[in-house]
Design a protein around this ligand. Structure first.
Ligand SMILES: [Zn+2]
Length: 56
């Protein structure tokens, strides 16, 4: 199963995510950002998920 990192530049109305290469605190791999259903970072290696705090 090929895994493609999607490096989004998120630009919502009141907040932005500038870091495109966030690393997983658990295994150190690069994490992918997903906008839906909720904004979150997801590690494709160990399935660690970090939810993004919405600032509005
Ligand atoms: Zn990980």
């Amino acid at each position: 199963m090929p895994y493609i990192h999607k490096l989004y530049e998120v630009d919502y109305k009141n907040w932005t995510i500038k870091r495109k290469n966030k690393t997983c605190p658990r295994c150190g791999s690069f994490m992918a950002f997903h906008k839906k259903p909720v904004p979150r970072w997801h590690c494709g290696k160990c399935n660690y998920v970090e939810y993004v705090k919405q600032l509005f």
